[in-house]
Design a protein around this ligand. Structure first.
Ligand code: AMP
Length: 209
């Protein structure tokens, strides 16, 4: 089984598809956003600095996020879905080195960026951040509660509109150039992430077969 790198703008469905494929195919999901949020929840000085950056919608330094990633993966025994890393060309080069000798595919979630602000501001997550809903396209069965755990659903601070707009700018400036980096290596697989959750899963499974 190959490692998978999921790339695409915030709110394109990378986290949702990671959760589906990890259960269906036995991947380990590694999200640098989740790793950073877990660092923030420890309430350390470092956590507070990270929180300020995340709440502004900017990117945390490459050094810090790379260190955190490396400390949380074991490529000798697991196959990963990388979600949220890399986020710029420098990080893509770093991940190339980390993955040297391991097989991987890069899946690009193509969406119309115009629709994303609405998609993200309607996103809600379980209080542990593990389960993702959308009030319009994927609502919970009971208002405000996670179907799987019963936890309250919350809105991430950085999913509020002003921050989302900045995250989109950061995406165009920092992350979009990375798509050409992978395209020029001929390893970019595109999925139409405007489609339903089930359809996107099918498209990804087709790439894997
Ligand atoms: P995400 O959960 O992937 O939407 O990430 C939430 C926030 O965490 C981002 O807006 C960044 O502030 C930070 N972050 C996550 N991954 C990275 C990364 N690879 N490099 C830098 N910052 C990151």
């Amino acid at each position: 089984m190959k490692n998978l790198i999921f790339i695409g703008p915030p709110g394109c469905g990378k986290g949702t598809q990671s959760n589906i494929l990890k259960d269906a195919k036995g991947y380990t999901h590694v999200s640098t956003g989740d790793l950073l949020r877990s660092e923030v929840s420890k309430g350390t000085d470092l956590g507070r600095k990270i929180s300020d950056v995340m709440e502004s919608g900017e990117l945390v330094t490459d050094e810090l996020v790379t260190e955190l990633l490396k400390a949380n993966i074991d490529l000798s025994s697991k196959q990963y879905i990388f979600d949220g890393f890399p986020r710029n060309v420098k990080q893509a080069e770093i991940l190339d080195q980390i993955l040297e000798g391991s097989d991987y595919s890069v899946i690009y979630f193509k969406v119309d960026v115009e629709n994303l602000v609405g998609r993200i501001t309607n996103r809600r997550v379980s209080s542990d951040g593990k389960h993702i809903y959308n009030l319009i396209s994927n609502p919970p069965k009971e208002d405000g509660k996670c179907d799987q755990t019963g936890q309250f659903l919350i809105q991430r601070e950085d999913d509020k509109e002003e921050v989302v707009r900045n995250r989109m700018d950061v995406y165009s400036r920092e992350t979009e150039p990375m798509i050409d980096f992978y395209r020029s290596k001929n390893i970019l697989e595109e999925v139409d992430a405007e489609k339903s959750i089930e359809s996107v899963t099918e498209q990804i499974e087709r790439v894997l077969n």
